[in-house]
Design a protein around this ligand. Structure first.
Ligand SMILES: [Zn+2]
Length: 437
């Protein structure tokens, strides 16, 4: 067991990320009497109600069995209820292990509770299986945390998902759903489940009044809020901030997230919730203000940023998602997909445009050469535009792909977020494959 509250206290109070808060140790730690977490991807939280356990989330398909075993090292009681904080596969993918555990022990099947939109999400995952496998391979391709590989890199591009299924076949579908809020009692524990859109459209955050604890799902995750993910469906930064304020109004003494360390202390929790909400509200308000002035997307993404005093906080670092991507999602939410550039409304094929520019520049090689020069000046963003045009104009040219692989390798090193690094890594792999052909 680790003193998780002690570690988070140290990080937040010092303002220094002295340790990585997002740990995947697969170990159980007690955070209070009858309250424990298995740090996994995602975590499983367990509450002992005196009449069975309530679990929050089931971890993912690759981690669920081991995480459930860790939970069992703490309590062997029947699992009465399994609450999904939302339907992302790292939260529901291990539910088969929770059900199998009940079966093995001769317990009745746990009741699975979730927001009503989880059903539609699970249906969508089945329908878009191939798409989700490929974007997750790009997003997570081979990251390592605490000695375990999430996504893996073992010659497969399907995240090691069994049978090539993004949504495992044995995922438990919810038995009880609700729309806005629902109160439940299990044993001697009262729970208030609240719906909020934020990272997803199906989030549940739960207030445990007896413990003054809030289980937030992914609405706080020790990273800049994942409200902009470039490869995923619409997210809701404004409603996310509103949910954080609703939590604050209850004056929680514990904040229990599905990723990263729990946080204790009413003032500390309030500060963290407030700062996270304020960062999101700032992005929403600034973006909408510029949209109202008629600004286009290009202007907005190069103008709006998170205020420095918030951007430096150890729990708002852009290691996973980035504020710039959140701004794009705010644009998409209120403005649609068109970026305001009339030439991009009904564009020519990219290769045709790139061919014209390459001809003007004296050939695709010249364009790539210029990309290398620009990269040497440090403007990797501009270098990427040029090298991308060169490769589009002359996709078979190995020399161009060597420059392209080099430019994106440098860009990837400079990128902070998992999402940007994943996309750049995809480009590097493409060019490496083109060189080897
Ligand atoms: Zn998650």
């Amino acid at each position: 067991m680790s003193d998780l509250l002690g570690i988070s206290e140290k990080i937040i109070d010092s303002g220094v990320l002295s340790e990585m808060p997002n740990r995947v140790t697969q170990e159980l730690s007690e955070v209070g009497e009858g309250l424990a977490v298995v740090e996994s991807f995602s975590h499983i939280w367990g509450v002992d109600t005196g009449d069975g356990l309530v679990l929050f989330d089931a971890s993912g398909v690759l981690t669920g069995v081991e995480a459930m075993e860790a939970m069992r090292s703490w309590r062997t009681d029947r699992v009465d209820t399994l609450v999904y904080t939302h339907g992302h596969v790292d939260h529901v993918g291990g539910s088969g292990a929770v059900l199998a555990d009940a079966d093995r022990r001769g317990y009745r099947r746990p009741t699975v509770v979730a927001h009503e939109a989880v059903h539609a999400r699970l249906d969508r995952y089945r329908r878009t299986n191939g798409w989700n496998l490929s974007i997750n391979a790009r997003q997570f391709g081979g990251i390592r945390t605490a000695g375990m590989s999430i996504g893996g890199n073992s010659g497969s591009n399907n995240l090691g998902m069994p049978n090539g299924r993004f949504l495992p076949e044995d995922v438990a579908t919810p038995d009880i759903t609700y729309s806005d809020a629902v109160s439940m009692r299990v044993g001697d524990v009262e729970m208030e489940l609240h719906h909020a859109r934020g990272e997803t459209d199906d989030h549940t955050w739960t207030w445990l009044p007896g413990r003054k604890a809030v289980l937030v799902g992914d609405l706080f995750m020790w990273n800049f809020p994942n409200a902009g993910n470039p490869q995923k469906v619409q997210r809701h930064p404004g409603e996310w901030a509103h949910a954080l304020r609703e939590m604050m109004a209850r004056r929680p003494e514990y904040l229990l997230p599905a990723h990263g360390l729990p946080i204790g202390g009413a003032d500390r929790v309030e500060t963290v919730l407030d700062n996270t909400a304020t960062a999101l509200e700032h992005l929403v308000e600034s973006t909408v203000a510029l949209m109202n002035q008629g600004a286009d997307l290009d202007t907005i993404i190069h103008t709006v940023s998170v205020p420095a005093h918030l951007a430096e906080l150890p729990y708002l670092q852009p290691f996973y998602d980035e504020p710039e991507f959140v701004v794009r999602n705010i644009w998409r939410l209120y403005g649609g997909w068109w970026d305001g550039d009339p030439s991009s409304l009904k564009p020519s094929p990219r290769a045709l445009v790139a061919g014209e520019i390459a001809d003007l520049a004296g050939g695709a090689r010249a364009l790539a050469q210029r990309a290398a020069e620009v990269a040497d000046t440090g403007d990797l963003s501009l270098a990427c535009h040029l090298v991308e045009m060169a490769a589009n104009a002359s996709p078979e040219d190995r020399g161009i792909h060597e420059i392209r692989a080099d430019v994106y390798t440098r860009r990837r090193k400079e990128a902070t977020s998992l999402m940007a690094r994943g996309v750049y890594r995809g480009a590097i792999r493409e060019s490496q494959a083109a060189i080897e052909e």
